[in-house]
Design a protein around this ligand. Structure first.
Ligand code: PEP
Ligand code: MG
Length: 575
């Protein structure tokens, strides 16, 4: 959210713009309320979600009252007049004021009402910035989007034809602004602390997504140097196009399957373009994010079926929705506010608390499994009991479908994300109860290093080469190998040549899943190394005691292979 200073003559126009957005928000609330009511009165499949939607109706009424509160509207007008700032900034100022005041209230119930106020006010902001919930941010000319923060719902609504790069103050390497910008092939640099306060509309920016560098008003030399770098990358990528369908086989014959991470069934068209061998991770939570009501079973079934049919002859791993943490529906939606969402009721924890929503998704995936090769994966497992409880619901969903004569894959493989330290410690037990592991390095690093993924102030501790992380990876891979189940990697580390090499060298990792644009490079890199070399480098790295030592060791061992545009975070971000 950028602060814009107004001329005196612009203030009244800004206040009118603000009131128009309040009116538009009220009318949107009324439309969503009506749509939700009619959804709740709908057919059998909809009944499954109706109970869960009831709290949303209450939220709509509360928000309507807040949006109509004359004293709050007057407060915002006063901020616009006093500070001569844009309305979005005035709303942000008022939200911060409320946050400070509510922080002093001890009663939990009243403290939580802050969330209602925040949601109502961000709805007005959203109207001012995007023109409402269903619409997309429109720009007339190519822009670098600079924002304090971009939540998943905002990012999904970017009109990418005009956004050439994204820069945010908040976020770490694996926060969702970056994850969502990747398939759109937009360079993103996140975690620049207070950049949005310094940048000015209209100034020139260079955004180097691979090195995490942003330069304001570059000199002519900088401009030409980066132009050259951009052209080199483009040239290399175009050359790679010719090889995209070649398999990733190491020099000594180990075949590595390279699959795609997708955030929407709409991404499926780009798989063949980049040589992806199926989908290693479908982040289904994005189906739930950019909307006010829950997707029903039929809608989800059609979506997963599209994916199942499109990936043939490969398979797709459908991860059950991982909501919570920094992945929240628009304006919070049906997720209750939490003081510490990264450690809260996220992913499988939320699903087990909301069996109706979870089972709706499981039924949809099972039905889609009759149309192609699908696997189910549960996110954020921390205990064996969670895996078993999720499987109980899966069996119930299967039983219901069998009873109704609905076809599905009776042998659908069920695996889990390995992304918490606790599941590393019980990996052998988990491996005996599931069909595969997929390592989520983004969260594994977040939870092992105790850093919030979206907090730019601790982003320096996102250290894939920390001995703690490497040893955890090794433990997971050893447990999977011991139980004879496949283990893949689907976190950001999988898309970096050096990290991919290390993980392959640690044991039985023969599948990597990543954003589609990384696939041709990783395939090429794998073709240029041997499994023997990967094993040697991984083995010696595991003996070292600090991130710095490991980094230096790896650069000395494989730095020579990072040529011809095969960049690695390890080299690009060298301290
Ligand atoms: C991960 O945590 O590494 C992962 C792939 O899941 P997500 O980024 O969606 O949390
Ligand atoms: Mg994760």
């Amino acid at each position: 959210m950028l602060r814009q200073l107004l001329e005196s003559g612009e203030v009244e126009d800004e206040i009118s713009r603000f009131h128009a957005s309040v009116e538009a928000s009220l009318s949107e609330m009324s439309d969503i309320r009506e749509a939700t009511l009619s959804e709740m009165g709908g057919g059998a499949a909809r009944d499954l979600t109706s109970f869960e939607n009831a709290p949303s109706l209450f939220i709509f009424d509360t928000q309507t009252r807040i949006l109509s509160d004359p004293s709050m509207l007057r407060d915002i007008e006063a901020i616009i007049r006093d500070k001569k700032c844009n309305a979005e900034w005035a709303i942000k100022t008022l939200i911060e004021d409320y946050q400070a005041r509510f922080a002093r209230i001890h009663d939990q119930y009243f403290r939580e009402r802050l969330r209602d106020i925040e949601q109502a006010l961000t709805r007005i902001q959203s109207h001012m910035v995007h023109g409402g919930e269903g619409s997309r941010a429109e720009f007339d000319e190519p822009v670098v989007l600079v924002a304090h923060d971009l939540n998943p719902a905002d990012t999904l609504r970017l009109n990418t034809s005009k956004v050439v790069a994204v820069v945010t103050d908040m976020g770490g390497k694996t926060s969702h602004a970056g994850i969502l910008a990747a398939p759109m092939d937009i360079p993103a640099v996140v975690g620049l602390h207070d950049f949005s306060y310094q940048a000015r509309t209209g100034e020139k920016l260079i955004v180097d997504g691979s090195a995490g560098v942003v330069i304001r008003n570059p000199s002519q030399e900088q401009f030409y140097a980066y132009l050259k770098k951009q052209l080199k990358v483009r040239y290399f990528d175009e050359a790679l196009q010719a090889e995209k369908s070649l398999q990733a086989v190491t020099q000594d014959g180990a075949r590595i399957n390279v699959r795609a991470n997708i955030e929407s069934s709409g991404d499926i068209g780009s798989l063949a373009e980049h040589g992806a061998e199926g989908v290693g991770l479908y982040r289904t939570e994005y189906l739930y994010i950019n909307r006010a009501t829950l997707p029903n079973e039929q809608e989800q079934y059609e979506d997963y079926r599209r994916v199942a049919e499109a990936v043939a002859p490969y398979h797709a791993i459908i991860r059950t929705f991982d909501l919570g943490g920094d992945k929240l529906p628009i304006n919070g939606g049906f997720i209750d506010p939490e003081p510490n969402p990264a450690l809260g009721l996220r992913a499988i924890r939320f699903c087990l608390e909301h069996p109706v929503i979870f089972k709706t998704q499981l039924r949809a995936i099972l039905r889609a499994s009759a149309h192609g090769s699908l696997k189910i994966m549960y996110p954020l497992i921390t205990t064996l009991e969670e895996l078993l409880a999720a499987n109980v619901m899966l069996r119930e969903a299967m039983e219901e479908l069998r009873r109704d004569g609905v076809p599905f894959d009776e042998h659908i493989p069920v695996g889990i994300m390995m992304e918490t330290p606790s599941c590393v410690m019980i990996a052998p037990e988990l491996a005996r109860q599931c069909a595969f592991f997929s390592i989520g390095t983004n969260d594994l690093i977040q939870y092992t290093m105790a850093i919030d993924r979206v907090n730019d102030r601790v982003a320096h501790l996102y250290q894939p080469l920390s001995p703690a992380i490497l040893r955890m990876l090794k433990q997971i891979i050893t447990a999977a190998d011991g139980a004879g189940i496949p283990v893949s990697v689907c976190g950001k580390m999988a898309g970096d040549p050096v990290y991919a090499l290390l993980m392959i060298g640690m044991g039985g990792v023969r599948e990597l899943s990543m954003d589609v644009h990384s696939i041709p490079r990783i395939k090429k890199f794998i073709r240029s190394v041997s499994l023997e070399e990967a094993r040697r480098v991984a083995h010696s790295a595991l003996d070292l005691g600090t991130t710095g030592e490991i980094r230096r060791h790896i650069v000395s061992q494989v730095g020579r292979l990072l040529v011809d545009g095969l960049s690695s975070e390890l080299i690009e971000n060298e301290p």
